[in-house]
Design a protein around this ligand. Structure first.
Ligand code: ADP
Ligand code: ZN
Length: 748
């Protein structure tokens, strides 16, 4: 975290810069490229620039859009400097955002230019503005020296209701010929003016549809509203699934809107934006602006511009929305704060939840972290008094928490059906029977896309692997292809085994959701079964359709991955069956148990959210596992405490710090050599430990060989300076890419 800031509020108008640069001044311009520092340029004649201004500059033999970062750094002689081409007609980046970008770059050890790129991308392809004109009434007819006629008077009367975008439009509307209109324009009785751009954003109204809050909700809402306008604070909104967290944080949004400030709501997945847009529309009478990877360039520019000008009052978006150039930000909400989707794993590697806290601190504004299962990091911050917390211990209205039970797969394994191998054990089958009988909906959850995770040769045991990754190819029946889930490679299933030459010998092993759906369709031929995964929900519109189908009960059984597990509210869904509750627990990952607990808790939370009670069954081979125990007993506290103790004992995050170095290259020998070189030069000292180099779990990914090193430091030893020096000490060939992952969440 940066040291505490004294800015009174984010509202301080950044136009009042200490520094303004006149013609001939040397300034530094940061470019949205993988560069560590800004480059020097000169301010051209007739131009005045200030920090934050977006400018076009020459770069080698092309032009690039960058941002004035401050005074020139001065290490290049003036004679060699080139001039800024011009200043773009775009709002300047606020001071707070520039500071934030520098901070993120410093913390994540990524080039500042690469971080800036996340902010500046829409500005880089800004289209040439067409000056739009409009026709309005000009000076009085008598003064313009033309004689009043019925046609002229009619045009002027209609024009008064304008503005009209063209003479043709006014002619159409008034039924008067274009010649008459032209004459009136020439005489000045009609005037051409610059059209005011219409804002694409409807204004949300704080009190459009205010729900009556229950006492606990009200108390929490008041606590959150009390933070608005009072500077920086972090408050955890810890409420069980269905307790009304969204309704509660929307009260804080209303308070922020009343204060005339903007709000940023971060959600972990695009799939979640569709439903939030609809809920915002209901609550505030207007849809918020959106921000995610599936927007058109036009929509992206609109949201970007709206964030900068303040026209977009509420932005709901995926993690990169954090880098939008908000000028009047008054509140940040991170929904499902525990979700690991907030960690961006490629390009600039950063954790959007953690960086959102930094952004709030830089802007001196409150942030709300909402979750039914807050992350361990957040829990420890609450326990340490660094974050505030409000609780919603019960579901809203008549809804009760679902009953969670286990199916011991060792005692009651699935019985083979006439369709072959089965994955649903008898107790779960019975519950689905009952659910369908009462006309309710069931969700069969399995966090595995496709039909079968592994295909092997029955004759020789040969497994079908991705040629570019250490991974099995996953069979997808929907597309009739084998796919690699890591690099996107896909192929037709071969007819003969390349290893033993046997024909038609390949068999699928294990289930993916398509295979479970096959079983469900065979068991319940009358039921309408739908397979739901990221494969079918690539676009928000597809998500919206699916949600409508579920709400309208056009689906009886959903067989889905985690895309549908989070946040959604389906009143008719009363049964959740987890096909393989043990799935996330294998393998070495610091957060495997925590994550499995969070995910299963979320999935379970989809059941019985309205007046009918919900039922959850976890199929497991290890019913006594602490995660299963916590879910069945509802005693999260004990589970969390044991996780906290374990991390504390091993000085693992957040009690210690981890930084991963991932080396990769097409040349395996080069990676091995680079790993050895880094290990030999590794930092040493008290509380410093370096693990590796070792081949990564995904030793081959997209054709690149991968080795990893892990630096472990104590909580009070920030690794940034150490890692920077370390990397500077070692010369590695350019064929080896080194990725630095500060606070890693994935260890493959
Ligand atoms: P969470 O985000 O905690 O899972 P939601 O905010 O989605 O919970 O609330 C669950 C459901 O209950 C939603 O349909 C929501 O609109 C409804 N709800 C919650 N609180 C209220 C309230 N005070 N008045 C009316 N409806 C409410
Ligand atoms: Zn692959």
């Amino acid at each position: 975290m940066p040291s505490s800031q004294s800015t009174a509020s984010s509202d301080v108008d950044p136009i009042i810069h200490a520094s303004v640069y006149e013609a001939g001044a040397r300034i530094s311009v940061l470019l949205p490229l993988p560069v560590e520092t800004a480059y020097d340029y000169l301010v051209p004649e007739g131009v005045t620039l200030a920090p934050g201004d977006i400018v076009e500059v020459p770069l080698a033999r092309r032009f690039e859009v960058g941002v004035v970062w401050g005074a020139g750094l001065g290490d290049v002689p003036v004679a060699k400097l080139r001039e800024v081409v011009h200043k773009l007609d775009l709002p300047s980046l606020p001071d707070v955002l520039r500071k934030f970008i520098d901070w993120v770059a410093g913390y994540t050890l990524q080039p500042a230019g690469a971080v800036l790129r996340m902010t500046l991308n829409p500005a880089r392809r800004w289209p040439q503005a067409k000056v739009a004109t409009a026709i309005v009434v000009g000076r009085p007819l008598l003064e313009s020296g033309v004689k009043p006629t019925p046609a002229r008077e009619k045009v002027l009367m209609i024009a008064a209701k304008g503005p009209f975008e063209s003479a043709a439009a006014l002619s159409r509307e008034s039924g008067v010929g274009a010649g008459v209109i032209k004459g009136l324009i020439e005489a000045g009785a009609l005037a051409l003016v610059e059209a005011q751009p219409v804002s694409p954003f409807a204004q949300p109204q704080p009190h459009y549809m205010r729900p009556v809050l229950e006492p606990a909700q009200k108390e929490s809402a008041l606590a959150l509203c009390a933070k608005v306008g009072r500077g920086f604070s972090v408050t955890v909104l810890d409420g069980v699934t269905g307790s009304g967290k969204t309704e509660v944080y929307m009260e804080a949004i209303a308070a922020t809107l009343e204060a005339g400030k903007q709000v940023l709501v971060l959600v972990p997945e695009i799939a979640l934006t569709a439903q939030s847009l609809a809920r915002f529309q209901k609550r505030f009478g207007a849809e918020p602006a959106e921000w995610h990877s599936d927007l058109t360039y036009k929509a992206r520019r609109e949201t970007w511009h709206g964030a900068a000008t303040g026209a977009a009052k509420v932005v709901v978006g995926a993690r990169s929305a954090l880098f939008l150039p908000f000028n009047h930000l008054g509140l940040i909400v991170v929904d499902e704060e525990h979700d690991s989707a907030f960690k961006q794993e490629d390009g600039v590697i950063y954790h959007a939840r953690d960086m959102a806290v930094v952004r709030a601190k830089e802007g001196n504004i409150p942030i709300v972290l909402a979750s039914a299962t807050p992350s361990l990091e957040t829990i420890i911050n609450v326990r340490g008094g660094r974050y505030g917390v409000v609780h919603l211990p019960e579901r809203f209205g008549a809804a009760a928490m679902p009953k969670i039970g286990v199916v011991d797969m060792r005692k009651t394994p699935p019985e083979k059906g006439r369709w072959g191998r089965a994955w649903l054990a008898p107790p779960l089958v019975k519950w689905v029977d009952q659910t369908l009988a009462t006309g309710d909906q069931a969700l069969l959850f399995l966090n595995r896309r496709g039909y079968a995770p592994l295909t092997l040769c029955r004759t020789c045991g040969h497994r079908l692997n991705c040629p570019h990754c250490t991974a099995w190819l996953v069979e997808h029946k929907l597309t009739h292809r084998l796919q690699c889930h890591h690099c996107g490679y896909s192929a037709k299933q071969p007819e003969t085994c390349s290893s033993c030459g046997d024909k038609d010998s390949f068999v699928p092993c294990g289930p993916g959701i398509e295979r479970v759906a096959e079983e469900a369709m065979a068991r319940w031929p009358e039921a309408r079964v739908r397979v739901v995964s990221s494969d079918v929900l690539e676009r928000p519109s597809a998500v919206a359709e699916l949600i409508a189908d579920i709400l309208a009960k056009r689906i009886d059984i959903i067989v889905g991955t985690q895309v549908l597990a989070k946040g959604h509210h389906f009143p008719g869904l009363t049964l959740v069956g987890v096909v393989d509750a043990d799935l996330g627990l294998s393998g070495w990952d610091l957060r495997a148990a925590e994550r499995t607990h969070q995910l299963l808790h979320q999935v379970a939370g989809r059941a019985g959210r309205a007046d009918k009670p919900g039922r959850v069954l976890l199929q497991t081979h290890d019913p006594s596992h602490p995660v299963m125990h916590a879910l069945i007993s509802g005693d999260d506290e004990a589970f969390i405490n044991s996780e906290v103790d374990a991390r504390d004992l091993l000085a693992m995050p957040p009690f210690g710090r981890l930084t991963a170095l991932i080396l990769s290259s097409h040349d395996e020998a080069a990676v091995i050599a680079a790993g050895r070189g880094l290990a030999a030069a590794a930092p040493k000292g008290d509380g410093i430990e370096v693990l590796g180099p070792a081949p990564a779990f995904m030793a081959l990914l997209r054709g690149r060989h991968r080795h990893r090193l892990l630096l472990k430091t104590s909580r009070n030893t920030p690794p940034q300076a150490m890692v920077r020096e370390w990397l500077a000490r070692v010369k590695t060939p350019s064929s080896v890419r080194i990725q630095v992952d500060v606070d890693p969440y994935s260890f493959y």
